[in-house]
Design a protein around this ligand. Structure first.
Ligand SMILES: Cc1ncc(COP(=O)(O)O)c(C=O)c1O
Length: 466
């Protein structure tokens, strides 16, 4: 049964399926894959085909109320599409389950934390009291004393990475940046922005950094300090780099006291502390900074993130700004003052115990999805510490768009977040198996081999099926 038939159709401009005119789509492009080879990627639709123009108000609009009515109808339809799109979302690591009704009273205020979180600026409509409370919570989570850390609430995980790597570069101005090939694109963007020499390190099939290759590359560049990005959950496979092994490799290769580690915990930074047997991210180890996205596992209506570093490092970056009566040590100038209040609200409600329960539920549901995919003959992989289930890329782009799956090359993934229930996974699985049967004509056409992406043992193509 096609589940689409059950829902009332959306207006064309909101319907993910309706506008599929290739001429109106953004052009596809050729990009370098993680393996260094060029391949074509599918870009999303051209939004210019469906945007809402801004029309100058007519002189009598206020009297007739027509404009108000038009805007209300656009917003009502948009809201309806959001409900539908939220229901069918599986591919990005966003927890879409939250209720911030109690905070709606704050939307009338322009809350801005411009400048340093710890130093009040002359702009009084701020939320630093909440921001610092949230930062204290994260510093405690990652074991850095109240008087030893500095941090701020960022606009997103990317900003945390840009900040962490900038601190690393300021600590070691001639350092070389090392990052695994499967690091998020923001890491390589930082290298370009800061004009840093950047060396890509190979990965294992799991997506983890390959410390053998790391060692080889370090010893070839012994003359310069190392700035290292460590992934606490890679974007596509949810792989967690072995922080202890990275530190050991650096020390054994002659880099003791000549390295800076930034941990990109955008995805699992907040999940890992609650996963049994997971290696610990802690400032008791020689790391320089950790960042996490706030809108991912926590769930938040606006993108945000948290960045924590050692107070001693920030001194090399900061400068005082008289105009603000504050210190400038952040990447952005104006900073979203609402986001800290949203984070504060959720952390207070859920606490460590609440997050622990949610993490366990996500891991359980991720196992359920992987097992059911495999039982249906779909090759799938789930890293031990992760809730990202990687599987064969669906053949049909409409299906990908309908479930908002993230794809790369031959693989796609579902990131199981707290809002992804067994019922939702069942609906997805039923639809996928039904569609797949028609894509591959009930098995007459062989499904693709994805062993190179997920390992021989996880691939279920005709060659690797046992
Ligand atoms: C590993 C990793 N780092 C950084 C980011 C960037 O986070 P944001 O989208 O919050 O900027 C992502 C996003 O998915 C990610 O997966």
């Amino acid at each position: 049964m096609d589940l689409r038939e059950k829902v009332e159709p959306l207006p064309e401009e909101f319907d993910p399926k309706e506008i599929s005119d290739p001429a109106g789509s953004a052009p596809n492009g050729v990009f370098e894959g993680g393996d260094g080879k060029n391949r074509e990627i599918v870009l999303g639709r051209n939004v210019h085909k469906m945007c809402f123009a801004i029309n100058e108000p007519e002189a009598d609009d206020e009297i007739t109320g027509e404009r108000e009515a038009y805007m209300a109808s656009v917003l009502a339809r948009y809201r309806k599409s959001l409900v539908e799109r939220t229901k069918h979302h599986l591919g990005y690591p966003y927890n879409l389950d939250f209720d911030y009704g109690a905070l709606s009273q704050l939307q009338h205020f322009s809350i801005n934390n411009l400048g340093d979180p710890f130093i009040e600026s002359n702009y009084g409509v701020h939320s630093r009291q909440f921001e610092v409370g949230v930062l204290d919570w994260f510093a405690r989570l990652w074991e850095l004393g109240r008087n030893e850390y500095w941090g701020y609430i960022t606009n997103c995980g990317t900003e945390g990475n840009l900040h962490g790597l900038l601190v690393g570069r300021e600590v070691f101005p001639d350092g070389i940046l090392y990052a695994s090939r499967e690091s998020h694109y923001s890491i390589f963007k930082a290298a370009r922005m800061y004009r840093m020499e950047c060396i890509k390190v190979d990965t294992l099939v799991s997506g983890e950094i390959d410390c053998k290759d790391f060692r080889n590359k370090l010893v070839q560049n012994k003359g310069k300090p190392a700035i290292v990005n460590v992934n606490i959950g890679t974007t596509v496979k949810g792989a967690v780099d072995d922080l202890d092994m990275v530190i050991q490799t650096l020390e054994e290769s002659g880099f003791r006291d000549r390295f800076y580690i930034h941990c990109d915990g955008a995805l699992f930074g907040l999940m890992m502390p609650f996963v049994k047997r997971a290696p610990k991210v802690s400032f008791k180890k020689p790391i320089g900074s950790v960042s996490v996205s706030g809108h991912k596992f926590v769930g938040c209506p606006m993108p945000c993130g948290v960045q924590i570093t050692r107070l001693e490092h920030i001194k090399v970056l900061a400068s005082n700004v008289e105009y603000l009566a504050s210190r400038d040590a952040t990447i952005m100038g104006s900073r979203n003052g609402h986001a800290p209040i949203f984070l504060w609200y959720t952390l207070n409600r859920k606490g460590y115990r609440g997050f622990q329960k949610e993490v366990q539920k996500c891991l359980r549901n991720a196992h359920y999805l992987k097992d059911r995919l495999k039982a249906a003959g779909v090759g799938a992989m789930l890293n031990e510490l992760s809730s990202t289930v990687v599987f064969e890329r669906p053949k049909d782009e409409d299906f990908v768009r309908r479930w908002q799956l993230a794809c790369e090359g031959n693989i796609a993934h579902v990131v199981v977040m707290p809002n992804v229930t067994i019922e939702k996974l069942d609906a997805f699985l039923n639809e996928l198996t039904q569609k797949r049967s028609s894509w591959y004509e009930g098995g007459k056409i062989p499904s693709p081999c994805i062993a190179a992406d997920i390992g021989d043992e996880n691939c279920l193509c005709s060659l690797h099926q046992k």
